[in-house]
Structure formats: C-alpha cells, structure tokens
Design a protein around this ligand. Sequence first.
Ligand SMILES: [Zn+2]
Ligand SMILES: [Zn+2]
Length: 498
Amino acid sequence: MRFATIPTKLGPFLCPEPLANQSTSLFPISKLTELPYPPLQSDFNFDPDLQAFFTGRLLLLDEIPFPLQTIQAHYLHGFIQYEKGITKEEHGLSCRRCGNQDKELFATFSCYRCKEECAYCRNCIMMGRISQCTPLIRWAGPATGFHVEEPILRWDGQLSELQSSASERVYELIGHAGEILVWAVCGSGKTEILFAGIEKALREGLRVCLATPRTDVVMELFPRFEQAFPNTQVEALYGGHSSMDRASPLVLSTTHQLFRFEKAFDVMIVDEVDAFPYSYDKTLQFAVEKACKDEAARIYLSATPSEDLLARVRRKELDVIHISKRFHGYPLPVPEFTWCGNWKKGLKKGYVPKVLTEWVKRKLDSGRQCFLFVPTVKVLNDVYECLKSDSVDFVHAEDPERKEKVNRFRKGEITMLITTTILERGVTVPEIDVAVFGADHEVFTSNAFVQISGRVGRSIEDPYGEVTYFHFGKTKAMASAKKTIEQHNSRSSREIDK
Ligand SMILES: [Zn+2]
Ligand SMILES: [Zn+2]
C-alpha cells in the first residue's frame, strides 16, 4: 500500500492509494519520518460497529471487514491511526506487531504494493505478511464498553481451602496493576480459582484475556468457560480460528494470536507460562505485554515455573501463591527409580530390558491404563516394535492420527500408549500409571518429569498411581523432580496440620 498526502485545514494528512487523486505522488508509509495523526473530532458521527470490532486490536488493512472509505473517514477525524508495520531503528529493523528485531528474521522482496525492495518480518508471517510498506491500523477513538448481564457466573462447585485462599488473592488483584504467580501442582484445579476474579472483572466492565501457548488448552477451556459464564460472549482464538466479530470481554487465546492486539486487556492471565514455545520465544512475551493495558492485572499460572520466574519471586519482584495440594487433597505420587541397564544398546539389538517387559505385562494383565514416555521418535519406534499388541499404540508430534489416538485412549480403547513428551501436559485420564523409559536422556528435564508425574492420580476415585523412571544412571533432573514433588507434599501436609 502506498499513500499520498492531502492538504487539510489541520495540516497534511495521509490518503491511501486507492482513494488518492491519480496525479498526486505516492510513497510507502516507511518513507515518512513522522506520521500525521489528525486530532480527535468528538462531534464526528463514528460507526459503532467499527468501534466494537476494532477496540484493542492492531490490524492489517486486509483484516478489517469495513470499506476503505469508512476507515479513511475515521482516520481523518482522529478515530483511527495508521502506523508503520516495520520501523527502522538505530540497530536495524523492528516489527511493530511481534517485536522482532532479529536481522535473520527479516527478508526482502520486490514488492508489488510499493514497487520497491521491501523488507518483511518472517517471525509473524503466519499472521499475514507485514512489510515496510504495510500500515498497521488501530482504533484511537473512545473504547467500546462491555456489559454482561447477571448472573455472570454460573458455577456451583466447591473450592478446597487452598483454592479459596488463592481465589481470594486473584480476586483482590482484579482492577489493579500488579502481577502474581499462581504456582499450582498438576491437578490442583487452577481454572476454578480464576472464576470469582473473572466474574468481578466482567461485572466492572473490564476486559479479560486468558492466554496460553497451547491450542489444545484453548479448545479444552472454551466449553468450560462458556458454561461458567453463560451470558458472556466468550471468544476463542487459535491458529485457523480467529474470529473477526465484535470485541468480546472474555477472550481465550493462544499467545500467537495476541499479535493482533494492543492495549486491549485489563486482566491478563497466562496459563502454562513455562510451556514451549512461550518460555523461549521473546516475541510471544512481547505479544502478551503489548496486549495488556498499562494498568493491567497480570496473573501467571504454572505447575512448573521457569527459573526466571522463580528468581523474580526470590527477589520479591513477583508475588506467589502456592497451591501445593491437589483438589482432592491426596499427595502427588512420588516417582520410583528403576535401573534398567544399557537400554540404548538393547534397542540396537532389538530388545527392551526385562524389567520393562515385566512392567508392561503387569499393566496389561491388570487392564489398568498407562502412558509409557520415551525420549525420541526413534526410540518410540524401536520400543513399539518390541511391545506391540492389540492393547498398545503409540503417538508423537508428527503423527497424523495423533488426535484420534488420544481420543481412543481417553475412551479406554487403548490400554497402553507409548508417547514422546508431547503428552507431558494436558491429557488427563482418570485411572492411570506412568513410566518413563530412558529417563536418563537429556530431553527429560526436571520440569518435564514433574509434568509427567502430574498425569497420575488426578481423580478422587483413584488418587494414587505409580510413576516409574526406567534409567541407566540417575540424572540430576530425576533427583530434582523427585525432590520438588516431595517438597510439595511436605508443604501440603504442613498446611493440613495448621
Ligand atoms: Zn513480526
Ligand atoms: Zn512494499
């Protein structure tokens, strides 16, 4: 897109190429050193649908389902601003949508829109290409208001004592600037502790986002939130599903989808704040920050917070709430270490250690479901060759039948599922045991172990279960995971005592 400038009483303003007079000269937005922002003319008869759609969003022209004339009229009256999608800073290029400043992640092409060599951001290309001549567009008029009919919350579950006190802390933070980490063990019922706080926010007309790195978490939470907040239009955003309706007061979103927001939310809840790719990807963290209003309440949820977060807790920069007990009150299962000899060598020769086959036989005979975690897809294939039977199946990240197999496992049609670490989170099956084969492999970090152990004993009907690590030499990660679990358990027994 190129622009012309048009003279007005208030100064020269921008006019997009399709609306410009043919004889005027055109230039890409990147060529302007200073962008003109027409002042807000509050007597302008703005379009409330545009306002309701746009509030808190930062979008490409292609993403806005309104005619260009409407957008331009709102621009001229100060209700919309055009912004450079990519800016040139001292150190190089910077993407305004995703915060990318890495030279490697910009590429140039000969652009048909600005008829010049144009750089674009490769980092957020999955959200539609943004290049130097691409304007980003934001609403600059009064924000749309949110109102939710009573009853806002419909949920009659009971919170445990620990959940209640966490819930109160979250409730108090709503409406204020501040941050809190909810460090909740796997299976502690952390979603429910958010309900009262979200209800308060919605009642006060605030806008709430729950963001997570993982699409399946959005999909799992969406029906639960729709049920709990029956009068609220809940919006779910994830890859391939980004609704372009009017702004909603309660948004469930992958962290990627937040690239399209700016200063939108009064409450930002980041679930699984330690999960890949969020914990490694600075631009996703940028996206979360950009989507927050300055005065937003920020709530981070995790069962296994990263060292960075814990360091902030230790420096007293970040408040923490511990929920070290599961909602049913039983302790977390403590892993058992079983030496299994040189399993890599065994696999090369086409067999798995006897201790493993015995474990598998015991499980299959008892009919009790189990996960067998393995370090790599290669190991997965080898192990499956040795163990395959009607009751055994496998799944990994690239498996085209991944969803189907997980569903069949949930239904109990598969007794044992061999898996890589992709299932370390999220998948919850009521009565289950877990083993890790090749636990000395480096992919199994302490946090991965804690998440894996967290799959077990999650229902009140079956709060116990076995966690076994088969290894050829105990690693630091194994020991540290066991210690963490024991610490949670001893903390929760102290809490029972008092
Ligand atoms: Zn970008
Ligand atoms: Zn261009």
